[in-house]
Design a protein around this ligand. Structure first.
Ligand code: G6P
Length: 613
C-alpha cells in the first residue's frame, strides 16, 4: 500500500506526478503529497484525505513555487501515525535539504529514532518513514553523495521499502531503491519516471525496468544508472509494459466496480478461448511446469492467499480434491507464516494473489520455496514479484482491476483453479467423466453470466429494501460456502454493513442465537449434493423470524413461501456454480453501497495492494 511516483525531464513535474498518483489511488487515499525541485530548493505540498485535496491546495500556490521539472509524489495508506497532514509524505530532514517518499514499513524505526534523537534530530511526525529521511540525511553529511547515503542508510533498516529520494545539492537526479515493495523505473525519451505500479506511467512510456531487492537507481532526465547492493553497476533489462490506458476508463459506468462486474463474461470467455477450446482436447497450460511424474509425486497441496483470493482458494480446494483426489489445505498467508508448517518437495504450494504484491503471501511463498516445494502462482499481474517467485505461473488475465473490491479478478482466479484441476486430472489420466462435465459447464458459463447481468432489476429492488439493515448472515454449504464468505466480504468492504458468512450447517451451533426479524439471512442454494440440507437450514432461520433472501438456481413451490425475496439464476452444476452465484452477491453489495451513497471504488480504510504484513 501507499503509492510513490517520481519524474525528471523537461515537462511540468507536478502535472505528471499528480496524474501518476491519480492512477495509484487504489493503493491508499489517506493523504497525498509532492516534493518539487525548483532552482536548488525543494518545495513540499501535502494534504490529508483524497488526492483532490492536494490538487486544490496546489491551485492556490504561486506558479514559481510549483514550476519544476523534477519531483516525487506519494499517496498514503496509513500504517504508523494518523492520516493527518503532519504524517503525510514527503518527509524531510531538519534542514529541509533532503526529502523522500516511502512505501512499506521500517520495522526497526523505534531504535533508529532514539539514536537519531540523541544526535539532535527533531521529529515532526509519528511515521516510521521520517526516520529514513533523517538517517539518509545523516549519512549524506558524511559522504555528500545521495546514492552512497541511501545505500549506507538502507543497510541499517529492517522491513520493507520503496524509496524515492531527492537532495537539494543534487538537483538533477532522484535516487530510488526497493526491498520487498514494488518500484519500477519508466524509461522515457529525455525524461524518466519512477512508480510503484504501471498505471502511473503507462500514459508516458511503455518501457520499464524492474529493480531487484536492494538495488539502487540514480535517475536523471537522460540517464538511468542501476547499482547492485555491493556497489557494482547492474544491467537490468528493459521490459515492455502490458497495459493499455483504455483499461483505466469507466466506459460510461458510474463506478469501476460496476464496470468490472459487467466485464466478467468477457473475462471468462477470454480465458476459455485461450485455454479450453473444447471438451475433448486436453487443456494446455504453457506455464505450468509439472509433468505426470512430478504430479504423481505430489501428496498434498497447500493454497495460500489473502482476502478475496483466499476465498477463491477455498473454492479451489473443492474442485481440486474432486478432480484429482489430492488433499488440499487452504490457509490465510498471514497465518501460514508464523507457525511450523509441514511442506516439502512432495507438497505443491499454490499462492493466489490478484496484485502479486501482497506482503503476507510473498513472505509465505518465500518460506515454502526454501523447503523445496513446487510453487504455482495464480495472479493477475504476471510481471509482479510473486509471479517472479513462481516455478509455474497461471496468469489469470482479467485485465487491470481498479476498484478496491475485487470482482472480475475473483472469477478469473476461480477459472484458473478449475483449469489447474482439469490439467492435473488430465495429466494424471484420472476422472475423465468429471473432467468432461466440468469442461462442458465452464463453456456455458459466459452466456449464463450475461443472462444474469442483463436482468438485475430484482437485485436492485432487494438492495434498496435491505439497505437499512445493520447486520447480515450469509449461509451456504459445500462448494458455495466460500461464495457465502466472499459475498459477505463484498458487503462489508463497500457498505460497512456487518455481514458474516457461515457454513449453513453451523448456523445452529451458535449464530442462530442472533436471528430475529432484524437479521436478514441470505442463503445460496444450488440444486445438487447439499440443496436439501441448506433448505432445512433456511427453515430453521424462517422459524426464528429472520428475513430470508435466496440466491438459487431452483426453488420448488412448497419452499417459495420461506423466502421474503429470492433471485433465480440459470441452471448450473454444483461444481461451477460459485462462478455464477458470486455475481449476484457482488451486485447486491454494489447496489446496497451505491444506494447508501458510499464511496464504492475507494472504501474507507482499505487498499487494493497490501504491501505490509
Ligand atoms: C486487499 C484487498 C482485497 C484483496 C486482498 C488480497 O485486502 O483490498 O480485495 O483480496 O488485499 O490481495 P491480493 O492482491 O493478494 O489478491
Amino acid at each position: 500500500m501507499c503509492g510513490i511516483v517520481g519524474y525528471v525531464g523537461d515537462k511540468s513535474a507536478v502535472d505528471i506526478l499528480i496524474d501518476g498518483l491519480s492512477h495509484l489511488e487504489y493503493r491508499g487515499y489517506d493523504s497525498s503529497g509532492v516534493a518539487l525541485m525548483t532552482k536548488n530548493e525543494i518545495n513540499i505540498f501535502k494534504a490529508p484525505g483524497k488526492l483532490l485535496n492536494l490538487i486544490q491546495t496546489l491551485r492556490n500556490e504561486p506558479k514559481e513555487k510549483i514550476d519544476s521539472n523534477m519531483g516525487i509524489g506519494h499517496i498514503r495508506w496509513a500504517t504508523h501515525g494518523l492520516p493527518t497532514m503532519v504524517n503525510a509524505h514527503p518527509h524531510c530532514c531538519n534542514c529541509g535539504g533532503l526529502t523522500l517518499v516511502h512505501n512499506g514499513i521500517i520495522e526497526n524505526y523505534k531504535e533508529i529514532k532514539e539514536t537519531l534523537i540523541q544526535k539532535g534530530c527533531e521529529f515532526k511526525s509519528q511515521t516510521d518513514t521520517e526516520v529514513a529521511a533523517h538517517l539518509i540525511a545523516t549519512e549524506y553529511g558524511k559522504c555528500h553523495d545521495l546514492k552512497e547515503a541511501v545505500s549506507n542508510a538502507t543497510k541499517q533498516l529492517r522491513g520493507a521499502w520503496a524509496f524515492c529520494v531527492m537532495h537539494k545539492n543534487e538537483p538533477f537526479n532522484i535516487v530510488a531503491t526497493r526491498k520487498n515493495a514494488p518500484l519500477i523505473v519508466g524509461v522515457g525519451d529525455g525524461e524518466n519516471f519512477l512508480a510503484s505500479d504501471i498505471p502511473a506511467i503507462i500514459k508516458y512510456t511503455k518501457k520499464a525496468i524492474y529493480l531487484n531487492d536492494d538495488q539502487i537507481v540514480k535517475v536523471t532526465k537522460d540517464k538511468i544508472t542501476i547499482y547492485n547492493p555491493d556497489g557494482t553497476l547492474a544491467n537490468n533489462k528493459i521490459e515492455y509494459l502490458p497495459f493499455e490506458p483504455m483499461a483505466l476508463s469507466k466506459m460510461g459506468y458510474k463506478h469501476f466496480m460496476l464496470k468490472e462486474i459487467h466485464e466478467q463474461p468477457d473475462v471468462v470467455r477470454n480465458i476459455l478461448q485461450d485455454k479450453l477450446k473444447n471438451e475433448i482436447d486436453k487443456i494446455v497450460l504453457d506455464d505450468i511446469k509439472l509433468n505426470c511424474e512430478q504430479l504423481k509425486n505430489i501428496n498434498r497441496i497447500q493454497i495460500i492467499a489473502c482476502g478475496t483470493s483466499l476465498h477463491a482458494g477455498l473454492v479451489g480446494k473443492y474442485v481440486i480434491e474432486e478432480l484429482t483426489g489430492i488433499p488440499v489445505d487452504v490457509e490465510p498467508s498471514s497465518e501460514y507464516i508464523y507457525r511450523t508448517t509441514i511442506a516439502d518437495e512432495k507438497t505443491l504450494v499454490i499462492g493466489i494473489s490478484q496484485s502479486g504484491e501482497t506482503a503476507d503471501t510473498i513472505t509465505a511463498i518465500k518460506q515454502v520455496r526454501e523447503k523445496g516445494s513446487h510453487v504455482v502462482i495464480i495472479t493477475n499481474r504476471k510481471e509482479s514479484l510473486l509471479a517472479r517467485l513462481s516455478d509455474s505461473l497461471l496468469h489469470v488475465n482479467a485485465g487491470i482491476e481498479v476498484s478496491v473490491a475485487a470482482t472480475k479478478s475473483y472469477i478469473a482466479q476461480l477459472l484458473s483453479l478449475y483449469l489447474f484441476a482439469i490439467y492435473t486430472a488430465e495429466t494424471l489420466n484420472i476422472n475423465s467423466d468429471k473432467v468432461r462435465e466440468i469442461k462442458h459447464e465452464l463453456m456455458t458459463l459466459p452466456a449464463k453470466l450475461e443472462g444474469v447481468l442483463a436482468n438485475t432489476s430484482k437485485i436492485k429492488e432487494i438492495a434498496k429494501k435491505y439497505s437499512s439493515y445493520k447486520n447480515f448472515i450469509f449461509i451456504a454449504r459445500g462448494i458455495n460456502y466460500p461464495t457465502a464468505l466472499e459475498g459477505a466480504l463484498k458487503l462489508k468492504e463497500i457498505s460497512y454493513i456487518n455481514a458474516t458468512g457461515y457454513p449453513a450447517g453451523e448456523l445452529k451451533h451458535g449464530p442462530i442465537a442472533m436471528l430475529d426479524e432484524t437479521m436478514p439471512v441470505l442463503a445460496v442454494l444450488n440444486r445438487g449434493r447439499v440443496y436439501d440440507k441448506v433448505m432445512s437450514n433456511c427453515e430453521e432461520a424462517y422459524a426464528r423470524q429472520a428475513k430470508l433472501i435466496g440466491v438459487a438456481n431452483y426453488i420448488d413451490e412448497k419452499h417459495q413461501n420461506l423466502f421474503d425475496d429470492y433471485v433465480l439464476i440459470p441452471d448450473i452444476s454444483d461444481m461451477v456454480s460459485p462462478a455464477l452465484n458470486i455475481v449476484i452477491l457482488q451486485l447486491l453489495a454494489y447496489h446496497i453501497a451505491e444506494y447508501l451513497g458510499k464511496d464504492v471504488d475507494q472504501p474507507r480504510n482499505l487498499a487494493k495492494s497490501v504491501t505490509v504484513e
